[in-house]
Each structure stands twice: as structure tokens, then as C-alpha cells.
Design a protein around this ligand. Structure first.
Ligand code: ADP
Length: 411
């Protein structure tokens, strides 16, 4: 149980960290790209201003006398192009990045800025200068950033997962210890309560041995005490079984012949089924063997069949099927009973949980039957699943490891 909680906590912890780091990475990338792009625009604008200052109108024609070094432009993969007001190319300098006309402003992989050139005297536009720079360097910087961020995020995730494993272990350990102590307490208390209850039970049995010598009212009181004591003994035995089941003790398992176990069990339960006129349909494959504790396996199946009998009304049907599927034994207990609402399906295996407390209590149920069945199944490396529909019926399936009978060690 704690392993599952630890796993769930770790997955949630990693998911939270992944979300935080991914959001952080996206934010860093966004601000870095924006700031880099702004810097580039400012750089090109300032270059453009210098370039536009080197152009002037002479006898109605735009003339360019640039003192910007070609070397500088080539080093940064930049180009300058001067156009007159009719968009004719007048001059160009640097690494020529485009032969496109001035109207074509969007150039692939090139950052492009167009600035007007003003006449110094009347401040009228006398031409345009296009400043372009290849985005290769820019993209390369972003690629390096992606790589750095991606690597950083992966390393941070690995480190935080390791930290998470350590922290979750530290946090769960004391809870697990107190849970073990609580279980030990339940086992001890149940064990200690058994003896006084047995004393009450045997004394009541002695008192009820000669009921004719008693007043009717006294007899009824003793019978009530006997019934309540029996219920308490059953509850205590159940709690003890649950505490022992999850203790992972050294098992003394035997080879169980499921068919003969079914035979004995059905013999007992058929009386109850007949009383309720419930039809028991049993369909089991031959040679079904498994390794386990036969008392516990009997208890598991009995709890499921008991429930089916209890929650199926007069004249209903219970089908019990057992067969071998891929080295596993599948036992199905299907009834045409009241069914379980989908929202209750998860809780029915919890200890002391009952759909209808009044009804279950009335029939002697304590809400431990399925918890015990599940504990026993887990103890035998098996699982129990359930499918149910309100008013239609339920089907409980137990999956257990099958054992080949030829394994002489256990015969
Ligand atoms: P209980 O002692 O109350 O039967 P269980 O642990 O065996 O306790 O079952 C828990 C609850 O699951 C029951 O209260 C009942 O409402 C529901 N339940 C179990 N088996 C069936 C079934 N075959 N059909 C309908 N409801 C069931």
C-alpha cells in the first residue's frame, strides 16, 4: 500500500517539477528571444541612420558616399541598399543578402529594416535605405539556448526526482511505522479480546443448555447475548486475520485442489441458497491447482459467494465459474442481485465500508468481507476485480497464479 502511495507521490512531484521547469524554460526563451531581437533591431537602426546620412540629393539624383567599412558589414553578414523614391536600387554595400525589390519586406532568414532618407534642407523623403542581416548567428544563439535550457531542465529533473525519492521516503517512513504499530495493536487487542469473549460464549451456552428452566424473558436476553457475542467473536477473528494477512509472514503453503475446495464450500452454502430459492450454477474446469493457504482461499471464496447470496433476492441466480487462462486461475462469482452503483465500486474493498449500513448490519455483515478477500488475494499474489450494474447484478473475478500438479515438491 505504501509503495503505491510513494509511487503516486513521486509521479505527482515529478509532474509538478516538470511543469514548473517547462514554464520557466518557455519564459526564459521568450524573454531572451525578445531581448535579442530588440538588440538586433537597435543595432540595424543605428547602422541605417549612419547609412541614410551618407546619401544626399545631387542635381535631382540620389548619390551615396558611404564611409562604412565593407569589412565590418561582411563580418556581421550585413548588407546596405540605397533606393530612390521610385524604388530603384542606387547603391549597395556588404554581403548582398537579397535582390528583392523594396516592396518585398519579408525575406526568409533575414532581418530586414527599411529607413527613409530625408533631405537635409526641407526634410522631405528623398529615398530609402534597407539594412539587412542574416539571421544565421541569431538562430545559432537560440539553438544554443535551447540546448542549454533542455539540458538544464533534464538535469534539474533528474536531481529533483532523486531528491523527491529521498524526501518521500523520509516522509513516509514514520507514517509506515505508526501504521505497522497500529496493525500490531489491532492484532494484539483482537487476540486479547478473544479469551474473555470465549468465556462469555461458553457461559451463555451453559446457561442456555436447559432453557425450559428459565423465564422466557431471561432466555431471550441470554439468546441476545449469545448472538452479540458470536458477532463480536467473528469481528475479532476478521480483524486478526486482516492484521496477520498483511504481515507478510513466512507462509506454509500447500497445493490446493480448487475443485475439492469448491465442492466442500458449495455443500455448506447450498443450504443457504436453497432457503432463498437461489439457483447455484457451478461450472469449473478440471485440474485447477494453486499454491496457498487453503483456509484463507476458502475464506476468500466464501466471502464472495456469501455476499452474492446476501445481496441476491429470492429466486435469483448465482453463477460460479473457474477456469485456467494463461497460467492463471480465474474464478468468477456472478449474481443477479441488487448490484453496486459505479461511484461505490472503489470503496467496497475498504475496511468497514458498506453501501447500506442498516441492511448489511442486519444481516450480520461488518464491512470487512471484501477487505479480507482482497487481502488474501494480495497475499497470494492475486487480484480481485468487480463489474456491477445497479439492479442487474455483480460479477467478482479473482485471478490467482495456477500451479501445475506435476510439481512433486508440493504433493
Ligand atoms: P458486508 O459485511 O457488509 O457484506 P463486504 O466487505 O463483504 O461487507 O462488502 C462491502 C459492501 O459491498 C457491502 O456492504 C455491499 O453493499 C457491497 N457488496 C458486496 N458484494 C456485493 C454483491 N455481490 N452485490 C451487491 N453488493 C455487494
Amino acid at each position: 500500500m505504501f509503495k503505491k502511495i510513494q509511487y503516486k507521490l513521486l509521479v505527482s512531484y515529478i509532474l509538478v517539477w516538470t511543469s514548473i521547469l517547462v514554464v520557466f524554460g518557455i519564459a526564459v526563451k521568450f524573454f531572451f528571444t525578445r531581448s535579442l531581437s530588440q538588440q538586433l533591431t537597435e543595432k540595424l537602426t543605428s547602422l541605417g541612420k549612419t547609412a541614410s546620412a551618407s546619401a544626399e540629393l545631387k542635381q535631382g539624383h540620389l548619390q551615396v558616399d558611404s564611409d562604412i567599412q565593407d569589412r565590418e558589414l561582411l563580418a556581421h553578414a550585413q548588407s546596405l541598399q540605397w533606393f530612390d523614391t521610385q524604388n530603384h536600387l542606387i547603391a549597395q554595400q556588404g554581403k548582398i543578402l537579397s535582390n528583392q525589390s523594396l516592396q518585398n519586406q519579408e525575406l526568409p532568414n533575414i532581418k530586414n529594416i527599411i529607413l527613409p532618407i530625408f533631405n537635409n534642407d526641407n526634410k522631405q523623403i528623398i529615398g530609402y535605405v534597407r539594412i539587412a542581416q542574416s539571421l544565421e548567428e541569431f538562430d545559432e544563439t537560440l539553438r544554443k539556448l535551447d540546448l542549454g535550457l533542455g539540458g538544464g531542465i533534464v538535469i534539474a529533473l533528474i536531481l529533483s526526482s532523486l531528491g523527491g525519492i529521498y524526501l518521500i521516503h523520509q516522509a513516509i517512513e514514520p507514517i509506515e511505522n505508526s501504521f505497522q504499530k497500529l496493525k500490531q495493536f489491532t492484532a494484539d487487542a483482537s487476540h486479547e479480546l478473544r479469551s474473555p469473549l470465549m468465556v462469555i460464549k461458553s457461559n451463555v451456552a451453559v446457561a442456555l443448555k436447559y432453557p425450559e428452566e428459565m423465564r422466557v424473558s431471561d432466555r431471550q436476553k441470554f439468546q441476545a447475548i449469545a448472538s452479540a457475542t458470536q458477532q463480536m467473536i467473528q469481528l475479532i477473528e476478521d480483524l486478526l486475520l486482516l492484521a496477520r494477512c498483511s504481515k507478510n509472514q513466512n507462509h506454509t503453503w500447500q497445493l490446493i485442489d480448487l475443485n475439492s475446495l469448491f465442492y466442500n464450500l458449495i455443500e455448506i452454502l447450498r443450504i443457504k441458497a436453497d432457503k432463498k430459492q437461489i439457483y447455484l450454477d457451478i461450472e469449473t474446469e478440471e485440474n485447477l491447482f494453486l499454491l496457498g493457504d487453503s483456509t484463507q482461499i476458502t475464506r476468500l471464496l466464501r466471502n464472495l459467494i456469501d455476499n452474492a447470496l446476501q445481496y441476491t433476492s429470492l429466486g435469483g441466480k448465482i453463477k460460479i465459474k473457474a477456469n485456467l487462462v494463461n497460467q492463471s486461475i480465474l474464478v468468477q462469482v456472478e449474481d443477479t442481485g441488487i448490484g453496486i452503483a459505479p461511484e461505490n465500486l472503489e470503496q467496497i474493498f475498504e475496511r468497514f465500508w458498506q453501501v447500506d449500513v442498516a441492511r448489511s448490519y442486519h444481516s450480520g455483515g461488518s464491512g470487512l468481507g471484501l477487505a479480507i478477500a482482497q487481502s488474501i488475494a494480495k497475499e497470494h499474489n492475486g487480484i480481485i476485480t468487480v463489474k456491477s450494474e445497479l439492479g442487474v447484478g455483480s460479477c467478482f473475478t479473482v485471478c490467482l497464479d495456477a500451479q501445475l500438479k506435476t510439481n512433486r515438491k508440493y504433493i
